[in-house]
Design a protein around this ligand. Structure first.
Ligand code: 5GP
Ligand code: MN
Length: 336
């Protein structure tokens, strides 16, 4: 079964952090195309390292250095550097919200070479890479694991750390709506809010603020959605796609499509929802959600991706119809 980190793993993670000198280079890394949990857990932990007196902390992620606008104002955003400016030979590497090494791109080598490394994650599909592994599939967000390590390091929550961890927690629980929204999630949220952060203000900035063009783009992409009632063993599937040309027409960056799955998955007639987002010619980032009939993590893993049982993703190739054909077939193979 899916147990969280053992007492030995927590102790090893604390020891790994304490093994670094205060002036040693510490590199934090999260996954490509970072979301609120990846950035929030990484920057919140980075601020915690600063509080402990570490002076050389950098945070990065692989690929284009695009930080979604709402996250640019997160406390600790000054820790962020583009991939080429990451420490070449860090003493300690900490990795956040990364289910497999492929999500680290070329930075995976930095992790392998470091004298000490700690992986903080909550994906059931985590492949078990890195030195010390703090992987808790029961955790609603990687920030839950980050909070666990910060408290074991004796770092008290302050409003800046709390804002980062709150954004991460709110992102991965769908604003406290998903199944993982447990008593302990609300207890963590309560401790974070008790530092004085403003949940309403934060939610507005992170979730409820979009350029007009992004809203229009969303309208067009939702307008072409297709409902297939017979798919997923009759439980229904709904899908749509967005191309780079769509983004260009509305002058929007790719990350505005990250939340497009939310209105799609709200379709009552479908258990499975799919959004196919173009990354390059013939290459698509595929978001999958299920309401329970299908293990979409299994679907994604079979295509070299990963995620959670009810929320997962992978990279697909060809035309959107090719990708959807593949998903339709695999969904039938992964019915619960
Ligand atoms: P989203 O659809 O929001 O991009 O991703 C849903 C979940 O699937 C997240 O937990 C995310 O980390 C995971 N995921 C999405 N795409 C990939 C992928 O290409 N590879 C892996 N390993 N996980 C992915
Ligand atoms: Mn996450």
């Amino acid at each position: 079964m899916t147990l969280g980190p053992s007492a030995q793993q927590w102790a090893a993670a604390v020891a790994a952090v304490r093994s670094a000198g205060l002036d040693d280079e510490i590199q934090l890394i999260c996954h490509v195309n970072p979301d609120g949990d990846a950035l929030g857990s990484m920057l919140g932990f980075g601020l915690g390292l600063r509080r402990l007196g570490f002076t050389r902390v950098r945070a990065t992620f692989p690929g284009d250095f695009v930080v979604p606008t709402p996250y640019q104002r997160l406390p600790g955003a000054d820790l962020l550097v583009p991939e080429p400016d990451a420490f070449a030979d860090p003493r300690l590497v900490l990795v956040f919200d990364v289910a497999s090494e492929s999500r680290l791109g070329a930075l995976a080598g930095r992790l392998a070479a470091a004298p000490a490394s700690v992986v903080l994650d909550h994906h059931a599909s985590n492949t078990g890479f890195g030195g010390v592994r703090l992987v808790d599939p029961q955790a609603a967000a990687t920030s839950v694991v980050a909070d666990g390590l910060l408290s074991r390091l004796g770092v008290p929550l302050d409003p800046e750390i709390a804002e980062c961890l709150y954004v991460a927690l709110a992102t991965d629980t769908g604003s406290f709506k998903f199944d993982m929204t447990t008593v302990s999630v609300h207890e963590l949220a309560a401790r974070l809010i008790a530092t004085g952060i403003r949940p309403g203000e934060i939610s507005r900035q992170i979730f409820d603020s979009k350029p007009f063009g992004a809203m229009k783009l969303t309208g067009e992409v939702l307008g072409r959605a297709v409902l297939e009632p017979a798919a997923a063993g009759g439980r229904g599937m709904v899908w749509t796609y967005a191309t780079l040309a769509d983004l260009e027409r509305y002058g929007q960056p790719p990350y505005v499509l990250d939340t497009l799955i939310d209105p799609v998955r709200s379709v009552a007639e479908a258990d499975v929802s799919v959004v196919v987002k173009q990354v390059a010619a013939g290459e698509w980032s595929v978001s999958l959600r299920s309401k329970g009939a299908v293990d979409v993590s299994g679907v994604a893993v079979s295509q070299g991706g990963g995620g959670h049982r009810l929320a997962a993703g992978f990279t697909g190739y060809g035309e959107p119809s090719d990708v959807v054909d593949t998903v339709r077939r695999l969904v039938d193979e992964h019915l619960n």
